[in-house]
Design a protein around this ligand. Structure first.
Ligand SMILES: [Zn+2]
Length: 246
């Protein structure tokens, strides 16, 4: 194979390879969008998005980054190889290193910037009026009508495994139909008061005073910001066990 043919083949493979990775990226993105569009129940949609969205988004982006790096190897190849053909392998390694840098950069960008967008979207899903089986618009009880609860079976377990639970109670005021949804605070990120990114997250929850059937308990939530390292502790009153919703 002469040099001109080899370089043309090289370019063809690089364009093909980048096309494949771009296709994979688009497929991952579409797969996620179709999957989430099929979920009708808002609570299920919430759970699916909160556990999968960042990951899928991240895989899709990674595929696009790889596609871009491979594509660079097909640009002006004859100029790169004009003196030494092996220079195209040097370029291959360089774009690989570039890809790793891009990987690290997108990784931190997604973890810092994306949660703000995701949390706003999740909150919209969480507060979207629920529809009762009778077709009525339901009302969500206010936080004042609620207390934080604790998963009863977890209370006896190790403190590090304890998670406080936030229940949303929706009421159909015409029929009395009730829908109870369970949310975990530790799965959410909040806006950090110091750096302003949505990177403040519960690191550990510890039960200081366990609730009993009749008395409330005390829980300490330790937050840590993954961006600036800020820590804070919040004291939470846990509802008495007898009032646990399920
Ligand atoms: Zn911060």
């Amino acid at each position: 194979m002469d040099k001109v043919t080899f370089l043309a083949e090289w370019d063809r493979f690089m364009v093909l390879g980048s096309g494949i990775f771009l296709g994979i990226g688009i497929l991952i993105f579409l797969f996620y969008e179709i999957k989430i569009a099929q979920i009708k129940d808002p609570k299920e949609k919430y759970d699916y998005a909160s556990t999968h969205e960042i990951r899928y988004f991240w895989y899709a982006l990674l595929a696009v980054v790889i596609a871009a790096c491979i594509f660079l190897n097909s640009v002006a190849t004859s100029a790169v190889a004009s003196r030494y053909t092996w220079l195209i392998y040097v370029r291959l390694v360089s774009t690989g290193i570039l890809g790793i840098i891009a990987y690290l950069f997108t990784n931190s960008t997604i973890n810092v910037y994306y949660p703000r967008y995701l949390m706003k979207r999740l909150n919209r899903i969480r507060n979207k009026p629920r529809i009762s089986p009778d077709g009525n618009i339901m009302r969500k009880l206010s936080e004042e009508e609620e207390d934080p609860h604790l998963e009863a079976h977890m209370i006896a377990e190790e403190a590090s495994d304890v998670h406080s639970v936030d229940y949303d109670v929706w009421i159909d005021e015409k029929t009395g139909h009730k829908k109870i949804e369970k949310y975990y605070d530790y799965q959410q990120t909040e806006e950090c008061p110091r750096c302003g990114y949505y990177t403040l997250k519960i690191e550990v929850e510890e039960v200081i005073t366990p609730p009993t059937n009749d008395n409330t308990g005390v829980l300490h939530k330790h937050y840590k910001c993954s961006f600036c390292g800020r820590r804070e502790m919040r004291k939470i009153v846990i509802a008495a066990l007898a009032t646990n919703v399920d």
